[in-house]
Structures are given as structure tokens and as C-alpha cells.
Write a protein that binds this ligand. Structure first.
Ligand code: HPA
Ligand code: ZN
Length: 350
């Protein structure tokens, strides 16, 4: 039987876009494109140390995670009003929808905002309004993960959790995460606040093994009881850890273009994502900070597929992994997995 899909979707980019997928590792503040950053700065009367959008984009060249974080926190400083956060969210969800994303679980960094006097009652209503509007318009399923900044103290993380709780926002998030500068900030210090989040019924994830050693991945699993590892590139250095990740089916939310931009790998062709996938790990592809690292999730799939010569079966596997690794309901997961199965069958018969 000639299927409409097989004749329609011939090239890899179109195939990738047509694959229902989940994005599980994306910092909403990292989706702030220079154009929107300038527009928001202007309406808030903020002057920027860059002449124009091109000059800002030209500054996006990083030696490591910290050199990126310095610019990323500076960029987030233009976000001051509820509308700023709503516009940021709306722009990202539009792009994600265009890439075939059915489900997004987005990180946000409250401390980046509360530290400069912008509170939960400003950013949460902005995020939630844009999430509702996007869901109504496109059907995209969305969720928020509150990240603690690990370069700040555990006390600051507690204070942030308390602010979320007192503001009545725990029902608006599905989990907590841990991000920012990794080396020198091991996960164990945040065990208590992660325990509290678990008690409150929240999911737990953490960045680990991006720049930090395998021991930080062990720490995230054992001390924070995380359900996914964000990045996990350096897991490969420790065979026992690989065995643990396999046995417990711990998803890795990998971000190939981020790793290239932050010099975690020198060349996309050297990325271990393909090897880890071959070994049976629950690997997923994500964009991390798409405005800064040269691509949204679809581009991450495309460039990784090209560099690592991934087959269509492997692309389908990556999309399936992303759905399975998500915290969506079983009903939603079954629906998207059925859509993938249908597409896969059409591709095979075509
Ligand atoms: N790593 C750690 N913290 C972050 C990142 C990242 O890639 N992006 C935004 N915050
Ligand atoms: Zn990240």
C-alpha cells in the first residue's frame, strides 16, 4: 500500500520533524533569542552593552559552561514583567510545536529572578498563561521543573522551595532539578531539599556528568534519588555506572549541540550519544539552551543524525525514548507512542 506519509516525507529533516517527540532538557531562559532580548530590553528601558542583535549573537562563543552561564544570566536580566515571561514562553512553545514536539518539560531558574527582585508572582503567571494559550491552540502538553542553582547555597535552595510553596505554586510544577556551574558543586549538598520535594510528590532530576565527574552522577542517583540524569556524557568513564544506568533504565537527557558549543566535545562526530544508545541506554536528544547553542530540538536531531550517521530506526528509538522518559500520563504516552508506531510502519512499507 502506498501511504500518504511515505510519498510526502522523503528527506531526513522532514522525517525528524514529523516524529512525535518530547523535549525534556530545555531551560526556558535559554530560549531567549537576541531579537526578543533586545525588544524586551527596549520596552523596559534597559540599555545593553551590545550595539545590536548581531553584536550580541557574535558574543555567543564559549570556552566552557561558566563562560556561557555568565552571558545567560546577563541575558535573563532583561526579564522584568509578567508579559516578558509570557512572551518568552510563547515564542519557545511555537518553535517546539513546529519541530513536532508533543510534550515539553521545561526548566526554569527562580533564583535568577528572585535574586534581582522579580518574584514568583511575576514569572509564574506569565509562564502559565502562555502555556495554557499554547496548549489550547496547538495541543502541546507542557510542564515546569523548578531548578535550584547549585552555585548558590542549600539554604537559598530551601528558601526558593518555601517561596514556591507559600505562593501556592507547587501544584504548577512537576518536579525539581539542579543546574548551573557543576564542578565544585556536588549534588549531595542538596539532598535535604530534594527529599522535601519527593515528600511533596514532585519528580526529581539533576544535571550531572556534563563537566563534572561520574561521582556526581552517582551522587545524583543515590543522594538526590533522581529519576533522570540531565546530560550524563561523562558516565561512559565508569563501567559500573553504565551498568547501573542500564539496570535501572535511567534516562539521559543529552544535548549534543550544547556539548559542542561548551567544548564538552570537540566535534559532534566524537559525541558518545550513539555509543550509549547502542549499549541500550535510555538516551534522549534535547536542545538545552536553544537560543545560545545554535538550534532547537529538531536541529539537534538533524545534526546529530548526520554526524553520527544515525539510522531512521535509531531516530525512531530516540523519539520513543523521549516519550517514555517523560513524566506525562500513561494515556498521553500511549497516544504518542501509537503515533510513532504508525509513522514507523508507514516508513517501512513506503
Ligand atoms: N548546564 C548547567 N546549567 C545550565 C545549563 C547547562 O547546560 N544551561 C542553563 N543552565
Ligand atoms: Zn541544561
Amino acid at each position: 500500500m502506498v501511504s500518504p506519509m511515505s510519498s510526502l516525507e522523503t528527506d531526513d529533516a522532514a522525517f525528524i520533524r514529523s516524529l512525535p517527540k518530547a523535549e525534556l532538557h530545555m531551560h526556558i531562559e535559554g530560549s531567549l533569542e537576541p531579537e526578543l532580548l533586545f525588544a524586551i530590553a527596549e520596552r523596559n528601558g534597559i540599555s545593553l552593552p551590545y550595539a545590536d542583535v548581531e553584536a550580541l549573537r557574535a558574543a555567543y562563543s564559549f570556552a566552557d559552561l561558566q563562560s556561557f552561564l555568565d552571558l545567560y544570566y546577563q541575558g535573563a536580566d532583561v526579564l522584568r514583567t509578567e508579559d516578558d515571561f509570557a512572551d518568552l514562553m510563547a515564542a519557545y512553545l511555537e518553535r517546539a510545536h513546529a519541530d513536532g514536539v508533543r510534550r515539553v518539560e521545561m526548566f526554569f531558574d527562580p533564583q535568577t529572578h528572585t535574586e534581582r527582585g522579580v518574584g514568583f508572582d511575576v514569572f509564574m503567571p506569565g509562564f502559565l498563561r502562555a502555556m495554557n494559550e499554547a496548549a489550547n491552540r496547538t495541543g502541546i502538553s507542557t510542564a515546569l521543573i523548578l531548578c535550584f542553582l547549585r552555585h548558590l547555597s542549600p539554604e537559598s535552595a530551601w528558601e526558593t522551595f518555601d517561596q514556591a510553596e507559600q505562593g501556592g505554586y507547587l501544584d504548577s510544577i512537576i518536579g525539581v532539578g539542579l543546574d548551573s556551574g557543576e564542578v565544585g558543586n556536588p549534588p549531595e549538598q542538596f539532598a535535604d531539599v530534594f527529599d522535601r520535594a519527593a515528600e511533596a510528590g514532585l519528580h526529581r532530576v539533576a544535571h550531572a556528568g556534563e563537566e563534572g565527574p561520574p561521582s556526581y552522577i552517582w551522587g545524583a542517583l543515590d543522594a538526590l534519588d533522581v529519576e533522570r540524569i540531565d546530560h550524563g556524557v561523562r558516565a561512559e568513564e565508569d563501567p559500573e555506572l553504565i551498568a547501573r544506568l542500564l539496570i535501572d533504565k535511567v534516562p539521559l537527557t543529552m544535548c549534543p549541540l550544547s556539548n559542542l558549543a561548551l567544548c564538552v566535545v570537540d566535534d559532534l562526530a566524537d559525541h558518545n550519544l550513539g555509543r550509549l544508545l547502542d549499549q541500550g541506554l535510555m538516551v534522549t536528544i534535547n536542545s538545552d539552551d536553544p537560543a545560545y547553542f545554535g538550534g532547537y530540538v529538531g536541529t539537534n536531531y538533524e545534526q546529530t543524525a548526520e554526524a553520527l550517521e544515525l539510522s531512521r530506526d535509531e531516530l525512531v528509538q530516540l523519539a520513543r525514548n523521549s516519550i517514555r522518559a517523560s513524566f506525562a500520563s500513561d494515556e498521553e504516552k500511549d497516544r504518542w507512542l501509537a503515533e510513532i508506531a504508525e509513522l514507523d510502519e508507514l516508513a517501512e512499507n513506503g
